[in-house]
Write a protein that binds this ligand. Structure first.
Ligand SMILES: Cc1cc2nc3c(=O)[nH]c(=O)nc-3n(C[C@H](O)[C@H](O)[C@H](O)COP(=O)(O)O)c2cc1C
Length: 172
């Protein structure tokens, strides 16, 4: 699938808003992800308020991109949807949703980048407070996105020395 290799982290955007129809399709792709026991614990928040976007890098040092993003989508989980909230399967569910969304972003002709929020406590607490998330909702990632202001080459990171056959150390 070409789109897998074409997807790169894009942190520079044109000054052009992303249409709501595209954002809905991106979130639909997120909700199509596999989840443990099909629990689908995820919720999504579209953020295009510049005051909010500009505040996030004040406590999430790895997110300066949000100072120039037209919008971002928060991926979060309501842990009460999990049979055992302590088991942390929701983390993998949200990661699968985030990757699906990045692929859909590329397919829509847009560019995006995954900004990790969970498990960095300061990031999680800051996002929860800023966006009024209820106690049981944990922010997992933010996806910054927009029309690409930079084109990157596709990647191929296949390393055959990382692949074994039946037993560790056996060449495939
Ligand atoms: C779990 C996770 C957290 C990430 N967090 C950030 C981040 O906070 N800020 C950022 O600019 N990029 C972040 N990235 C993007 C990575 O830096 C990027 O995927 C990696 O350098 C590979 O580049 P590529 O996406 O262009 O293939 C994150 C990626 C993952 C998977």
């Amino acid at each position: 699938m070409d789109i897998i290799y074409q997807r790169r982290s894009i942190r520079k955007y044109l000054d052009k808003p992303v249409e709501k129809e595209k954002l809905v399709e991106i979130i639909r792709a997120g909700m199509a992800a596999p989840s443990s026991e099909n629990e689908q614990p995820w919720f999504f928040m579209v953020i295009d308020d510049k005051d909010i976007l500009h505040k996030i890098p004040e406590f999430t040092w790895s997110a300066p991109v949000l100072k120039k993003s037209p919008c971002a989508i928060l991926v979060c989980a309501d842990v009460t949807y999990a049979k055992d909230p302590e088991d942390f399967w929701w983390v993998q569910d949200c990661a699968a949703a985030t990757q699906n969304m990045l692929l859909e972003i590329e397919d829509q002709g847009l560019g995006g980048v995954w900004i990790g929020i969970h498990p960095e406590k300061d990031f999680v607490d800051g996002v929860k407070h800023l966006l009024n998330l209820p106690e049981q909702v944990v922010p997992f990632s933010l996806i910054s996105l927009g029309y690409k202001g930079k084109i990157k080459e596709p990647t191929d990171r296949y390393y055959e020395e990382r692949v074994y056959y039946n037993k560790w150390g056996e060449e495939y």
